[in-house]
Design a protein around this ligand. Structure first.
Ligand code: NAI
Length: 221
């Protein structure tokens, strides 16, 4: 497995496997065949086998997959078996929403501080997570291990802020701002989350569906 380049398409499917396996565990299911997992996830059994083989995780003929083992292995692959400290830069609507969401912690993603420039937020906290002023960032980074910074600042501030984070030793950015951050992959990993992209995709599929229905209606006329 080491050194093998795994496609991003495969990586993007892994959280979904993890989620379904977690649900199976909650339902008390101990083992599952790739066919049953495939039906449940609406992915072909061969896709599941191929995806998991990438990581050296194999099912057993006639047995299928041990749900707990697979859940733990995928958890390790995704790094959710360890704690990741996160800071959120920009304690506005989105930053506060992230800090208010409790389930990230269950996956090991722990928000340990928010940073903002608005003095009105000084001394505040969200679910016990303190809001710091931005000028405290450097000292905070020296004192704490930070694995990920979530970027939820206005667009015009994002690029400079991202570079400031990197110069403070942060090499993973969860970017919500609609800008393409310019970093080499060796330097920093960036994950962009754009709800509007997802909405536009939904809108495209919705329009296609509507047009298909119109075409089908015309055919029957
Ligand atoms: P907001 O205006 O509620 O919050 C922005 C916060 O950033 C404010 O509290 C402001 O004081 C603070 N801020 C400004 N400059 C800063 C700096 N240099 N350092 C630290 N904090 C600073 O805005 P909202 O709605 O929370 O959106 C934040 C960003 O996220 C925007 O860029 C917006 O376009 C983007 N966004 C992205 C979404 C997505 O799906 N990716 C969805 C919603 C918003």
């Amino acid at each position: 497995m080491e050194g093998k380049e795994i496609s991003q398409a495969v990586i993007r499917r892994m959280p979904r496997y993890y989620r379904h396996l977690g649900e199976l565990l909650e339902e008390g299911v101990e083992r599952i065949s790739s066919n049953d997992l495939s039906r449940r996830m609406n992915v072909t059994a061969s896709q599941i086998r191929q995806d998991l083989n990438n990581f050296g995780v194999f099912g057993h003929q006639g047995y299928g997959y041990n749900v707990n083992y697979l859940y733990e292995e995928i958890g390790k692959i995704l790094g959710v078996n360890e704690r990741h400290n996160i800071i959120v830069i920009g304690a506005g609507n989105l930053g506060l929403a992230l800090a208010n969401y409790v389930k990230f912690e269950k996956l090991g993603f722990v928000i340990i501080g928010l940073f903002d420039i608005n003095p009105a937020l000084k001394g505040m906290s969200v679910r016990g997570i303190p809001v710091y002023m931005l000028d405290e960032l450097e000292a905070f980074c020296k004192k704490n291990r930070i694995d990920i910074a979530a970027l939820t600042v206005p667009k015009q501030k994002a690029e400079a802020m991202a570079h400031r984070l990197v110069s403070n030793g942060i090499h993973a950015i969860w970017n919500f701002v609609h800008v393409d951050l310019e970093f080499s992959e060796e330097e920093v990993v960036v994950e962009n989350v754009h709800l509007s992209d997802s909405l536009m995709q939904l809108s495209y599929n919705m329009i296609q569906k509507r047009q298909d229905a119109i075409r089908a209606e015309k055919k029957t006329e």
